[in-house]
Design a protein around this ligand. Structure first.
Ligand code: SAM
Length: 240
């Protein structure tokens, strides 16, 4: 079945953008997923097609109106549609691979992209939106964040990645970052590939990779580790 993405945005022309090329683009051509970008402005009943208004309580900027966003959701989500509704916002929970996996294993997703100061919180709550942030920085709109989320989901859909691009052993497939990669030549500018990788000894390679994963996660992302892993660090492997 086709995984269905609907994006609610003030800039539908930004889509599919980069999602129309490479892995995601080929998957779309093959019918493994579909993308519909809908203009939130089409839901405005204002004669000037306005979608925003000034914030109650004062302050700079404009806020997307709840009635307009609600009407845009109603028009985009047919009766019985089980897809989760995700609002991209810096106030949201950080995007994690676990959410990506959950979304990719479902029927698809409806994504709401904010602009200006954001969206009236009442419609976010009334519609039970999942609030998701792609990082601790502020973008000018939710469109690039929606593309990030969609790219992460689409690559996990059955049939999208070939054996050459397996997701089984990559960063976050457990709670670890991935080990480093090397390819030919075995020596480049005087720098040799770690000997173990040339040994042909699969168990040794697997052990070395695991140690590298644990070491880099301890060093760069200790927040990903369980408290037990944090207490009992793996024997330090030199980081490459
Ligand atoms: N006033 C908001 C705040 O301080 O949280 C920022 C609004 S931002 C200029 C406009 C829109 O960009 C947001 O409504 C959201 O949809 C999107 N956006 C910005 N940064 C984001 C992020 N880190 N993750 C997800 N969406 C983001």
């Amino acid at each position: 079945m086709t995984w269905q993405a609907t994006v609610l945005t003030l800039f539908p022309g930004m889509f599919p953008g980069p999602l129309g090329t490479a892995l995601a683009g080929r998957a779309m051509e093959r019918g493994l997923w579909s993308l519909e970008a809908r203009d939130i402005r089409d839901a405005s009943t204002d004669r000037n097609r306005r979608v925003d208004d000034t914030p109650f309580g004062g302050g700079a900027g404009m806020v997307l109106r709840p009635d307009v966003v609600d009407a845009a959701c109603a028009a985009a989500i047919p009766e019985g549609d089980a897809r989760p509704l995700v609002f991209l916002t810096p106030r949201g929970a950080p995007l994690r691979q676990s959410l990506v996996r959950d979304l990719a294993s479902g029927p698809g997703a409806v994504l709401l992209c904010g602009r200006y100061e954001g969206v009236d919180q009442r419609v976010v709550e009334a519609r039970g939106m999942i609030e998701v942030s792609i990082g601790d920085y502020v973008l000018s709109g939710g469109e690039l964040a929606a593309m990030v989320l969609l790219d992460a989901c689409v690559r996990l859909l059955p049939g999208v990645m070939g054996a050459a691009e397996s997701a089984e052993e990559e960063s976050f497939s457990e709670n670890l970052l991935e080990y480093p990669h090397y390819t030919r030549p075995a020596e480049w500018q005087g720098l040799r590939v770690p000997d173990v990788l040339l040994s042909g000894h699969h168990a040794e390679v697997a052990r070395w990779r695991r140690a590298q994963s644990e070491a880099v996660t301890h060093e760069r992302r200790p927040d990903l580790l369980t408290s037990k892993q944090r207490r009992d660090p793996a024997p330090r492997a030199p980081l490459h």
